[in-house]
Write a protein that binds this ligand. Structure first.
Ligand code: SAJ
Length: 438
């Protein structure tokens, strides 16, 4: 008589396993597609009826997922989507890819994970694999997921299999995608890891098993804390170089020639995105509960959060050199997305910079072809056309996001003053505009 594990492993081999992915956003939808490309039937489950409709019509709303690829898999009947969580009772494997934001109090908002888990509790049955992918603090799987799921006579690792596997999606990355980025998996028991490895290994090239769910949760937080702290370091370097009258960009380029023991990060207007500014605070929050203060995380967060005001001070000081006050000045912000060549505004430092400039009486407009309209965090604005009139009418242009679609030579030709927070003008020799670098 086969054990539940053996039955599941066999169904995985035979492509009979049916999969549900809860949360079909920039993490969940690529995962749905990768499993379907391997011949598995995958259902995207989401509370957002519009996303469900678009998927069932074969339309992708995630730039990294081509519509034609999604449509082909939907037409084959391999991909479907639903707002009805009862489908969770019909599948063999469930991946949870829901958001883990911060509350206004900067505490972790676990409501999405808990809501998804409570839906699974209603429908889960023996023989299922459940994998949490949402970035969260170490201990979440063991403390929140397992106690909710492993009751009613379930035996963990025998008839229910639970793992944590961090998502590693870098939106817009032209090289690394869900399939070719190694996937870390930590399970509640060795059987759990074995089952998850067998399934994910069908859709992802490299699986990296670790010894526990907490280790896997910590791997992700190390990865993103590493980035937040190093970006904080290089932002402080920018502030120090400014005081020393040294060009930080030149220093970084030269340091980057070191072929070992150095990794290049660049200063900027602040830390955007729904991961890097937020994930480390999940870790520091957890450690506070254990009476430990994660100093690097706190310090990096403090420095990175100080960059938008630092940029606004740069604008004020530069206007001052031409005897202009920021109060009443026309300021054009170039790029509002949180990083180049994407349309995502979440935690974008541009929002803080615009608010701070408006608070000081500036008349602020923005241009961002990726963000034609912005209705976000109290701002309701439209992107202005990038014309000579718009640029030359501005008392100051601030490059906040360095989209590669902009002709920076043209901009430097027609702007009066440019505050460049991304060294976007690095290749422009003798710009006509007065340029102030971060
Ligand atoms: N930034 C800097 N200086 C740098 C690098 C980034 O100021 O040297 C800023 C960016 O402008 C942006 C923020 O930091 O506002 C985050 O940038 P990011 O490049 O880390 O981009 P994310 O948050 O979209 O994606 C990251 C992933 N990025 C990379 O690995 C390059 C990766 O860390 C995670 O897979 C992902 O977050 C996630 O989902 O956790």
């Amino acid at each position: 008589m086969s054990t539940m594990k053996e039955t599941l492993l066999e169904k995985i081999e035979n492509r009979e396993v049916r999969i549900a992915v809860i949360g079909i956003g920039y993490v969940g939808l690529p995962l749905v597609v990768e499993f379907a490309k391997e011949g598995y039937h995958v259902t995207g489950v989401d509370v957002n009826a519009e996303k469900v409709r678009l998927i069932n019509e074969g339309h992708s709303y995630i730039p990294d997922v081509p519509t034609e690829e999604l449509a082909g898999l939907v037409d084959k009947g391999l991909i479907s989507a639903s707002t009805d969580f009862s489908v969770l009772g019909e599948v063999d494997a469930i991946s949870i890819c829901v958001p883990t934001p911060l509350r206004k109090t900067k505490d972790p908002d676990m409501s999405y994970i808990i809501a998804a888990t409570d839906e699974i509790v209603k429908y889960c049955r023996k023989g299922q694999l459940i994998v949490l992918e949402s970035t969260t603090y170490p201990g979440t799987t063991d403390e929140l997921i397992i106690p909710r799921l492993v009751k009613n006579g379930f035996t963990l690792g025998e008839d229910i299999f639970i793992c944590f596997s961090p998502e590693r999606v870098d939106p817009g990355n032209p090289v690394y995608n869900t399939r070719n980025t190694p996937k870390v998996i930590g399970g509640a028991t060795p059987n759990c890891v074995e089952v998850a490895t067998a399934l994910y290994g069908k859709a992802i090239n490299t699986i990296i098993p670790v010894s526990s769910t907490a280790a896997a949760e910590m791997v992700k937080l190390l990865e993103n804390t590493f980035r937040a702290v190093n970006i904080g370091l290089v932002n402080e370097m920018a502030i120090m170089c400014d005081k020393l009258d040294v060009n930080v960009w030149e220093v970084i380029e030269a340091a980057s020639t070191k072929p070992f023991g150095f990794m290049t990060f660049y200063p900027g207007p602040g830390l955007g995105g729904h991961c890097i500014p937020i994930d480390p605070l999940y870790l520091s929050w957890k450690l506070k509960a254990l009476n430990y203060n994660a100093r690097f995380i706190e310090m990096a967060s403090e420095i990175n959060s100080s960059m938008p005001p630092y940029v606004v001070t740069k604008v004020m000081d530069t206007l001052n050199t031409v005897k202009k006050s920021v109060n009443g000045a026309k300021v054009l912000v170039m790029g509002v997305a949180y990083k180049r060549d994407i349309d995502d505004l979440r935690e974008s430092p541009a929002l803080d910079i615009i608010h701070l400039l408006q608070d000081r009486g500036a008349e602020v407009s923005y241009h961002d072809a990726f963000v034609p309209t912005m209705h976000h965090e109290g701002l309701k604005m439209e992107s202005v056309d990038l014309t000579e009139e718009a640029v030359s009418a501005a008392d100051c242009v601030v490059i906040v996001t360095d989209h590669t679609t902009i002709d920076y030579a043209w901009l430097a030709e027609h702007a009066r003053i440019i505050v460049d927070t991304r060294n976007a003008l690095k290749n422009i020799k003798n710009p006509k505009a007065l340029v102030e670098l971060l």
